[in-house]
Design a protein around this ligand. Structure first.
Ligand code: MG
Length: 316
């Protein structure tokens, strides 16, 4: 592949997104020059999607572009940060302009929806993979950390759990209902909810590896345990049907939900629920944090079992 072909692709980066006033210099020089607002901290995060592991080379490139940015924005949401800038590194087997154009469509549409500007990028030749870095702003003392949960805090999650995992399971055998496919291919990061939770939630995380795995991260960081009531889990109809057989794997360990999990002091729980209702943010209390360690699952029949974190671990 001639270098000029990659130069061509690089052009897709230049005008991909809108312009922000805090970008003194965007795509095209050795570095971007960016102005962080006074009194704010920069919240930064990075994620890679590798073909064959996180998506398939034949997957719709527009959806891959959306998801590559969405999973990063979800991390900003989990900190209560306001998204601002992004960097994109594409490794491509060949300079496939049609693929890049569609990929950038999905990427840019989501970036523009959140006022995020692409301020730099890189393209190299190699096995298909995508790395996205995002930056946002947050007043550091109000940032939502994993380490703040306290015994007695109420445990909340947003949205519904297990939809993406069910879509992935169905895709291997049959057509997937559109709403489920959307949850897998085009997750919407809970940025507005994350902003709203600042000053109310003690701790937060986004659910990427599965409810139990990510709850386990919060418990470890906070030095607490948790109790989860399975019949309180927010489930869509199709996932509810799958759980009726007693198989709770989809909502507990499915992953790819990109919902927020957070802890709220019991005295604030009612007020927060009202705030979320007014902001049309679907949240549900599913349990509580406890002194000690470990996750206890309370089954619909009252039976209690240990909730081992079976999240997806790339190195297991
Ligand atoms: Mg995360």
């Amino acid at each position: 592949v001639a270098a000029s072909e990659f130069d061509l692709i690089r052009r897709y980066f230049a005008d991909a997104t809108g312009t922000r006033a805090d970008v003194a210099l965007g795509v095209g020089d050795d570095c971007a020059l960016l102005d962080v607002p006074a009194g704010q901290s920069l919240a930064v995060s990075m994620d890679s999607l590798v073909a064959g592991r996180h998506f398939l080379p034949a997957d719709c490139p527009e959806g891959v572009g959306h998801k590559a940015l969405a999973v990063n924005l979800s991390d900003l949401a989990a900190m209560g940060a306001h998204p601002a800038w992004t960097l994109l590194s594409l490794t491509l087997p060949q300079a496939d302009e049609a693929w890049v154009e569609a990929f950038m469509q999905g990427f840019s549409r989501l970036a523009n929806a959140f006022g995020v500007q692409l301020v730099g990028g890189d393209t190299t030749r190699g096995p298909l993979s995508i790395t996205v870095q995002v930056s946002g702003f947050v007043d550091a003392p109000t940032a939502l950390r994993r380490s703040g949960a306290r015994p007695g805090d109420r445990l909340f999650v947003s949205g519904t759990l297990g939809d993406a995992a069910l879509a992935l399971r169905l895709r291997q055998a049959a057509d997937v209902p559109a709403e489920l496919a959307e949850r897998l291919d085009r997750p919407m990061p809970r940025v507005a909810l994350g902003r709203l939770l600042r000053g109310h939630a003690d701790a937060a995380i986004d659910i990427s590896d599965g409810l139990l795995a990510d709850l386990h991260h919060v418990c470890e960081a906070s030095g607490v345990g948790a109790r989860v009531e399975l019949n309180k889990l927010p489930l869509s109809g199709p996932v509810q049907a799958a759980c009726r057989t007693g198989d709770w794997q989809l909502p507990l360990s499915g992953g790819d939900d990109y919902e927020l999990l957070f802890s709220v002091p019991p005295t604030d729980a009612a007020e927060l629920q009202q705030l979320c209702a007014r902001a049309q943010q679907p949240v549900r209390e599913i349990g509580e944090f406890t002194a000690g360690q470990g996750i206890v699952l309370i089954h619909p029949d009252g039976r209690e079992t240990e909730g081992a974190p079976h999240g997806f671990d790339h190195f297991r």
